[in-house]
Design a protein around this ligand. Structure first.
Ligand code: ARG
Length: 476
């Protein structure tokens, strides 16, 4: 098949045709390509390059093609390399030589750059809705089950008690930033490259601003060489997508551990787990595991795109065609991962008793106990030592900090240097120990961090209310 006009005499080697073809992938751009072509036709008519009648026939023809693409009836010809040549040929089959005027003042180089930006805009819009849906699922679980106290961890060791709601809302914060990054990237891509031509700019007096406005862009690209070779927005999108996937992966990882019977903090709905072909006892958190792995896949797409771009001289190079698989797959993986995590989160059953048990076993109130000593005048470093001694004693006796007797408190205080601990050792039994035991309960300890952003219940309630308001959700 000969496609390239008078310059060529032979046919393309089928091996080369196979190696260069992209229509199987870039047909995802068909609707964007048609929208761009319709706007271009109007631009050509405005510039006097098409009569009103020609423009009408071209636009009507393109609309018919759009209907066929939407209905899935357009026949894609693999011999025609890419989506652009397929659509132009399909138009020519309907309109004859008039279709040959469509490509006036346009190259596939500015055309594909335009299509990608249009695709990005609608994809980011869709993904934004998916991120919001996951945020909603998390906020609703925080509101419904969030009073449970769990051992917050550092180094995967029990650290301080936090409310389950506080933990879930941490992911809402990450997802909000992900939304911001996606919007930033779409904002920078909000410039129409149409009119850049192959590389130097179109050779006709096209009103680029008017065409850009028709397509809903807020402006036009300023340099034609940059316009046809810029794929910054693909990199930015994949960076935002990879980071969002990292966040989903961290959540998935936690659910994998929390659903292990050794934790027993949560049970996944049967509909969101799978069994084993051999072990009848198994209930596996496969969707979470796959999200975790796919975070690596999207990170790989980001690295691929950086690699594709880094050695490219200006302007368009065919290497750029390789942007599509990473871009489309990255977006698809992020979308499906967001949907599956929203479903998983919505179907979780939490087990507050198991979380509480784990918190109590880990002596997670030791910091609150030290803080209570500070309030009685003990320097923090000394209070840290005293509380540490009490933890060691509780470990030895196999009890909780708030179950230690007066003798244990007296001894821990008396063995610390400095006047304040020693003075307090003399006060043991006078109400001081009741106060310290109270400070060492889970409820008191979780209520202590009242700072902005802390886990105290009233702060978390405010955070839930703020999140609901931001999400436009008034349910209580
Ligand atoms: N399929 C090509 C791509 O995605 C379209 C642009 C081709 N331009 C060219 N001069 N071969 O990059």
């Amino acid at each position: 098949m000969r496609m390239w006009g008078g310059r060529f005499s032979g046919e393309t080697d089928p091996l080369v045709a196979d190696a260069t073809r992209s229509v199987d992938v870039d047909r995802a751009l068909a609707l964007d390509d048609i929208d761009g072509s319709i706007a271009h036709v109007h631009g050509l008519a405005r510039a006097g390059l098409l009569t009103a009648d020609e423009a009408t026939r071209l636009v009507d023809g393109l609309r018919v093609l759009r209907g066929e693409v939407e209905a899935g009836t357009l026949v894609w010809d693999p011999a025609l390399e890419d989506v652009h040549l397929n659509l132009e040929a399909a138009l020519a089959a309907r309109l004859g030589p008039l279709a040959g005027k469509l490509h006036t003042g346009r190259s596939r180089n500015d055309q594909v750059a335009l299509d990608l930006r249009l695709w990005l805009r609608r994809t980011v819009r869709d993904l934004d809705g998916e991120v919001l849906a996951l945020e909603r699922a998390l906020v609703e679980r925080a509101a419904r089950d969030g009073d449970a106290i769990m051992p917050g961890m550092t180094h995967v060791q029990p650290a301080q008690p936090v409310l389950l709601a506080h933990h879930l809302l941490a992911y809402v914060e990450m997802l909000e930033r992900d939304r911001g990054r996606l919007a930033d990237c779409a904002g920078r891509a909000d410039r129409s490259p149409l009119g850049a031509g192959a590389l130097a700019g179109a050779g006709f007096a096209l009103d680029r601003e008017a065409t850009a406005a028709d397509l809903g862009f807020s402006g036009v690209t300023a340099n034609s060489l940059d316009a046809v070779s810029d794929r910054d927005f693909v990199v930015e999108f994949l960076a935002a997508a990879a980071l969002a996937m990292v966040h989903l992966s961290r959540l998935a990882e936690e659910l994998v551990w929390w659903s292990n019977p050794a934790f027993g903090w949560v049970t996944l709905a049967d509909a969101h787990a799978t069994g084993s072909s051999m072990m009848p006892n198994k209930k596996n958190p496969d969707p979470c595991e796959l999200v975790r792995a796919r975070a690596a896949r999207v990170a790989g797409h980001l690295v691929t795109m950086l690699g594709v771009l880094k050695g490219l001289p200006l302007a368009y190079q065919r290497d750029l065609q390789e942007d599509k698989v990473p871009l489309f797959d990255g977006a698809a993986v992020l979308g499906s991962s967001l949907r599956v995590m929203a479903a998983v989160v919505g179907g979780l059953s939490f087990h507050p008793d198991r979380m509480r048990e784990a918190a109590l076993r880990g002596h997670v109130t030791a910091t609150a106990l030290a803080d209570a000593l500070v309030e009685r005048g003990v320097p923090f470093r000394a209070a840290h030592h005293v509380a540490g001694r009490l933890v060691a004693e509780a470990e030895r006796r196999g009890c909780r900090l708030d179950q230690l007797d007066d003798g244990a408190f007296r001894e821990a205080l008396a063995s610390e240097e400095g006047t304040e601990p020693r003075r307090l050792a003399g006060e043991v039994g006078s109400g001081l120990t009741a106060e310290l035991r109270q400070a060492a309960t889970l409820e008191a300890a979780v209520a202590r961090p009242r700072v902005v952003g802390g886990t105290a219940p009233e702060r978390v309630r405010e955070a839930i209310a703020a999140a609901r308001e931001r999400l436009g959700d008034t349910a209580t």
